[in-house]
Ligand binder design. Sequence first.
Ligand SMILES: [Zn+2]
Length: 246
Amino acid sequence: SILSALRISDDVKTVIKQQADSVGLDCRRFGLDQVQQDQALELIISLNMHIPSELERDARSKLVIISADHNSVNWYDPVKKKSDQSNPIKFERWRRVYQCLSGSDNTVGHHAGKRRDMAWKDVGCPFWVKLTTTHHGKKADSMILTIDEVLGELTHSAECQHLTEMEINPRIPLHPEFREYAISLLEIRVPLTQLKQLCRAWAEEKWGASPGDNHFRHILSSHETTSLYRTISRKQGIPQAAPQDN
Ligand SMILES: [Zn+2]
């Protein structure tokens, strides 16, 4: 069951169970028409959920996906005659379970550990949500067709709602286009000393002076410069460092 998949303490488990028993789970199903699909998307955005390859995750989001699975489903065109229905259209149905980091207990679950490297403090928040979506094709980045169902405990605890400061500063990834540009420079062996400068000029042209937002950064750190350089070197077979004294 979902409860056993959640990384929560026994106390939070009890809270979730009690809530589910007394008021029931929040379950919203959405039809295929545009109006309902718009409502579904609105709900997902208001819950600050992300969908891999569809909706970027806000680096300050409290939600993480803790499990995901999918299977293919057949769709038969109702207009076609029965005899023509041997060739159904195949879709992929995804189910993803999200949990609030402020309810996540780092001492339980698959990657249990003493060290808490989660961005938000654990205040026992019972929020969790299961999202069901239907996609074109099998790949994880295939286009989303419909949002089918949002189910779960959709309210954060009062304590969680008061919590607005992160414990660990979010690691905001480089903008993919920006990263690609940096890699393209490295591939033609632009010296590292010029790389940062060129990247800065490129980003300024594209985004102005802004260093980025909650989703992406447009500034290359020294650490990233070296790690990108290593990646490219390995690919191209360039010696990664001058040999010391062997
Ligand atoms: Zn929460």
